[in-house]
Write a protein that binds this ligand. Structure first.
Ligand SMILES: Nc1nc2c(ncn2[C@@H]2O[C@H](COP(=O)(O)OP(=O)(O)OP(=O)(O)O)[C@@H](O)[C@H]2O)c(=O)[nH]1
Length: 390
């Protein structure tokens, strides 16, 4: 019996030992080295640290690659294509009629009165002066009208309109050459250079943007020069105008030398063989001497490339007589070749056209009739007078 108990204890101990020892031996075992891809076997898709090497692997040659995603097409900026500007003043006549109707209709009403007495002539004179026609042109016009009233019957509205129209057109002077020189020079292929000057806020930058559109509509290649380095936003504004019609803008660092930007713009225009380079300038008048020195320098530096073709003076029509003073100051420094009268949609003082032409002896070539991109029109005396008379 004792023997049996001892034998049973031995069996139990043996079982316990077997259970305890077997796992310990396994933990101590050194695992065989993992086969190395590329050394011990051809690497396959799906090889990674955890994948059992025994797993079936796909050879590279059998791998199906996903179809290449079609490359996203670059978003082309939408380049606007404005309508040509010829006859635009006629189309914008309603703008003139709206802003100048007081002036035109008032004159017509007075002139078609049955009796043109001295009081009426005085009223006519006052109306013309209020419209900023200026003293001398007003006197000339009243004298002409008086003469015609004496020799012709102008008492009917139709007759008064015909006479007034003829006399106003003559005063605006259709004989002046209003061509804008924006064509490439035939002799050497150099682009036309247009320098735009004027007091700040008159609408220079806006006018250049609109003018670029006019030229693009006529199939011309244009480069813009942002030489108003005084106001960083002016260069941004100009660049935005240019981008809309695919016209590049040359600009410099804020506060940089305007003459250098203007020079670079013309240089770029020559290299790119464009038709016209339009240069914007700063226009702060509070430092009159500084401003004028700067303008003179810009012009001189540009002229190292060749003569400037147009110097356009931008005048805000709503500033009245002040605009004339500005015209005088600018005229002393640069040879102005044309006037751009902006904001004519916002004033009844259309007489400024005549006054400023007389002041500078140069023609109004363009007029601004609104803030819209195509609200700039080549000036046409007859369409202008028709707009005034409604
Ligand atoms: N109603 C009207 N507004 C205009 C016309 N032309 C320009 N403007 C507005 O006048 C404001 C001034 O125009 P800008 O082009 O910035 O003037 P700027 O002369 O370049 O001014 P600086 O860059 O400060 O020298 C803007 O709000 C234009 O939209 C126009 O013919 N009619």
């Amino acid at each position: 019996m004792e023997f049996i108990v001892i034998a049973a204890v031995i069996v139990v101990l043996a079982v316990v030992l077997a259970v305890l020892l077997v796992p310990r031996r396994r933990r101590g075992q050194v695992a065989p080295p993992a086969p190395r891809p590329g050394v011990d076997y051809q690497p396959g898709v799906g090889d990674d640290a955890t994948a059992p090497v025994e797993e079936q692997r796909t050879p590279l040659s059998d791998v199906q690659l996903p179809e290449a995603e079609p490359a996203e097409a670059p978003v082309e900026p939408v380049i606007e294509r404005p309508e040509p500007a010829a006859g635009r003043l006629l189309r914008l006549r309603s703008r003139l009629a709206r802003s100048q109707s007081g002036f035109g209709k008032g004159l017509l009403g007075l002139l078609s009165r049955e009796r043109l007495d001295e009081d009426t002539w005085e009223e006519i004179e006052d109306t013309l002066l209020t419209a900023d026609l200026g003293v001398t042109p007003t006197q000339e016009l009243v004298d002409r009208l008086r003469t015609r009233a004496r020799v012709e019957s102008i008492a009917s509205p139709d007759a008064a309109r015909t006479v007034l129209r003829e006399e106003l057109v003559a005063l605006v002077d259709p004989s002046l050459d209003r061509t804008l020189r924006t064509e490439r020079h035939v002799e050497d292929g150099r682009p036309a250079v247009v320098l735009v000057v004027g007091v700040n806020g008159t609408g220079k930058t806006t006018t250049i943007g609109k003018l670029a559109r006019v030229l693009v509509a006529e199939d011309r290649d244009v480069v813009l020069g942002a030489a108003d380095t005084f106001r960083a936003a002016a260069a941004d504004q100009l660049t935005t105008w240019g981008d809309r019609v695919g016209v590049p803008t040359v600009r410099g660092p804020e506060g940089g030398d305007p003459a250098s930007v203007a020079f670079d713009a013309v240089k770029a225009g020559i290299e790119q063989e464009v038709d016209a380079v339009i240069v914007d300038t700063a226009g702060r008048l509070q430092t009159k001497v500084g401003l004028m020195d700067e303008l003179g320098k810009v012009k001189r530096v540009i002229e190292k490339h060749g003569a400037v073709d147009e110097v356009l003076l931008v005048i805000d029509a709503t500033t009245g007589q002040n605009g004339l003073v500005q015209a005088r100051v600018f005229g002393e420094v640069v040879d102005v070749t044309g006037i751009v009268l902006t904001k004519l949609d916002g004033t009844a003082k259309g007489g400024i056209v005549v006054a400023v032409q007389r002041e500078l002896g140069v023609p109004v070539k363009l007029v601004g009739l609104g803030e819209g991109p195509d609200d700039l029109a080549p000036f046409d005396p007859e369409a202008f007078v028709d707009g005034i008379l409604g």
